[in-house]
Design a protein around this ligand. Structure first.
Ligand code: PGA
Ligand code: ZN
Length: 462
């Protein structure tokens, strides 16, 4: 039987220059592994607690020395020498040691780094995705590339946090990645031509100031797709993360960065329904705030058969919250962020819950990342079909996409890309063609040289 023989934690930096915790683990069979905790920019209120020192003299209070100390002083004495009967013996022990509902004693950052490191070490030389596999199927996920950033991730005038492109029509993951990169490059050229900023937000997507109606980002994505020689809807569909919890003041949704106006829940649903009429949108994440449960029910009733509605802050990767949400008919998919839960096994429990009710699963990075690429293996292992790891640039983002390339290579002949079949799995993309609407856009979005990028007066503008 395998036992943990060494455990070492340290404070390192995430992609934003904010401290996070990294853990090295050694097992009695000689295997070892390293893992680091990611960190959110916009956070759900019910996420497991990320322990920060609060000492203003260091890193504006964001140091993680206490979390490191918890690994050395509390976790290590309890688990060194412990026989690991199965992958989740360790997680159960961590949960026991913490003993709080919100992981506030040990810190979810400390727990997750240990949990992931041990899982990786236990998988040893074999494929981590094989070790973690929940089903016999190992499909490469559709990548959702976050190419335009707003909300809490960027200092621009865009209130919506993420505009993503998903190359569902690619024949393989490697081709999907190429399509994503070429569209990203085309988008950059379009922005430059229009005199818009090409600086990037936290997840590597461009972060220019854009029009207040929130139609310009979609027009840009469609133009860029076409400039890259691809067909919107057929090759590439759009996904959005509104992160609406950031906009909600308890009554209504305040678009502070752009319009400085409010929208009621009903108006938010109308806004999305307008988007769906005009654009090839496959997925809308956190379209409403987690505290707006009635709104979520109305949103799901109105649009749930036409589009994937992903709960991120709504479910915070928590199996019980997801179960309650499923019973209440909220959303039709769940976002999985390991650090919202605190351990690998609790995240797997949430995934199992989603699978039982045929809810979609999207494996996700966070705004603050490291080069740790565990989520790539996880996405293949559990056959999620979808992953979001940011734009296809910056070391911490491409670490995940590069690992998916390796996994596709190692699967060889048996590698399958989830692709468009996945998109059709639910009734998310209605079989009704939206080509008619798209047809109308083509002239408007391609633009002649030197012409300012289209703003959307001619389009729906609610
Ligand atoms: P976060 O962003 O890490 O800031 O939460 C990612 C997301 O909201 O999906
Ligand atoms: Zn989100």
């Amino acid at each position: 039987m395998t036992a943990i023989v060494a455990l070492k934690a340290r404070e390192i930096l995430d992609s934003r220059g904010i401290p996070t915790i990294e853990v090295d683990v050694g097992l009695s069979d000689g295997s070892s592994a390293r893992a680091a905790a990611p960190s959110g920019g916009s956070r759900g209120k019910r996420e497991a607690l990320e322990l920060r020192d609060g000492d203003a003299a260091r890193y504006e209070g964001r140091g993680v020395r206490q979390a490191v100390e918890n690994v050395h002083g509390v976790i290590a004495p309890a688990i060194i020498g412990m026989e690991l009967e199965g992958p989740w013996t360790l997680d159960r022990r961590l949960i026991e040691l913490d003993g709080t509902p919100d992981r506030s004693r040990l810190g979810a950052n400390a727990m997750l780094a240990v949990s992931v490191a041990v899982t990786k070490a236990l998988a040893g030389g074999g494929g981590l995705f094989e070790y973690l596999a929940m089903s016999g199927r190992h499909r490469l996920p559709v990548p959702m590339f976050n190419v335009l950033n707003g909300g809490a991730h960027a200092g621009n005038t865009v209130d919506i946090q993420e505009f993503m492109i998903a190359p569902v029509g690619a024949p393989s993951f490697a081709e999907a990645l190429r399509m994503g990169v070429e569209t990203y490059r085309a988008l950059r050229a379009l922005l430059k031509k229009a005199g818009l900023a090409t600086s990037v937000g936290d997840e590597g997507g461009f972060a220019p100031d854009l029009d207040a109606a929130h139609t310009q980002p979609f027009d840009l994505l469609l133009s860029a797709t076409e400039q890259a020689g691809l067909k919107p809807r057929h090759d590439v569909v759009i996904a959005v993360d509104v992160a609406a919890g950031e906009l909600f003041d308890g009554q209504s949704y305040v678009f502070r960065k752009s319009l400085r106006r409010r929208r009621t829940t009903e108006q938010m649903i109308q806004l999305y329904s307008g988007w769906l009429r005009h654009y090839p949108i496959w997925s809308i994440e956190d379209g409403l705030a987690e505290s707006d449960a009635e709104g979520w029910r109305a949103l799901t009733t109105a649009l749930g058969s036409r589009v994937q509605l992903v709960g991120d802050d709504l479910f915070v990767t928590n199996a019980a919250l997801l179960r309650a949400g499923i019973a209440g008919r909220l959303a039709n998919a769940v976002l999985i962020k390991l650090n919202q839960a605190g351990t690998v096994s609790e995240s797997l429990e949430t995934i199992a819950e989603a699978n039982r009710s045929r809810y979609g699963v999207v494996i996700s990075h966070r705004a603050g990342e490291t080069t740790c690429d565990f989520i790539a293996d996880l996405a293949v292992a559990i056959d999620a079909g979808q992953i979001k790891a940011g734009a296809p640039v910056r070391g911490e983002r491409v670490a995940k996409y590069n690992q998916l390339l390796r996994l596709e290579e190692s699967l060889g002949q048996s590698a399958r890309y989830a692709g468009i079949d996945f998109a059709k799995r639910g009734s998310f993309l209605s079989s009704e063609p939206r080509e008619v609407a798209l047809e109308g856009l083509r002239g408007a979005t391609t633009g002649s040289p030197g012409r300012a990028l289209p703003v959307a007066e001619t389009r729906h503008s609610s």
